[in-house]
Design a protein. Structure first.
Length: 186
């Protein structure tokens, strides 16, 4: 999907937490993305934002409280796993603990990663690639380094959630990606 395809009639692109109306077409699931559907060419209509404290309470019901993210504890799933059996889902919503942003230069290519922990008992550490465009814009203003999430917000209490997505097969794996960073008032 291009930016034009995911924009409103005024040309403004849809943003994370926008509530909008879009016409859905046929279902187009794959074994690695069972919830996928086509969107018709009809322009999207912005309705409102979903970013108030009461919205945060609503989202809390959808947060995965288990430390397992998208069927495993590591950053990828072998592509062959979905050849015969479909994934349960390709999206997850988690509330990270101890969130850090790792910006590094890897052979001349900038890489941005989210490093965080999940789970109350037997805490699991994750290190996932970041693809959220708005958050990448913020990180691109900084030099390489490791930054705590509080660096961006100071002592302001936040309710931070991460949308985790299962990427398409790449070099034999489906990588888990931080596709959305949601910062709501606490």
């Amino acid at each position: 999907m291009t930016v034009t395809e995911s924009s409103y009639a005024d040309g403004k692109p849809a943003a994370l937490l926008d509530i909008f109306e879009a016409e859905l077409g046929a279902s187009c699931p794959s074994n690695s993305h069972p919830e996928d559907v086509y969107v018709t060419e009809r322009r999207w209509r912005h309705i409102s934002r979903f970013d108030s404290p009461s919205d945060a309470q609503f989202l809390a019901a959808f947060v995965d409280t288990e430390p397992v993210v998208l069927q495993g504890y590591c950053d990828r799933i072998v592509a062959g796993k979905f050849e015969k059996t479909a994934a349960k889902c390709s999206l997850g919503l988690v509330r990270p603990d101890d969130l850090w942003w790792w910006i590094r230069d890897d052979n001349g290519k900038r890489k941005n990663r989210a490093v965080f922990r999940l789970g109350k008992i037997g805490r699991v550490r994750y290190d996932l690639a970041l693809t959220d465009p708005a958050w990448l814009d913020q990180l691109n203003l900084l030099p390489a380094g490791i930054y705590p999430h509080s660096f961006f917000y100071g002592d302001k209490p936040l309710n931070t959630l991460l949308t985790i997505s299962l990427g398409e097969a790449f070099q034999g794996f489906h990588y888990k990606l931080v596709a959305g960073v949601i910062n709501l008032p606490a």
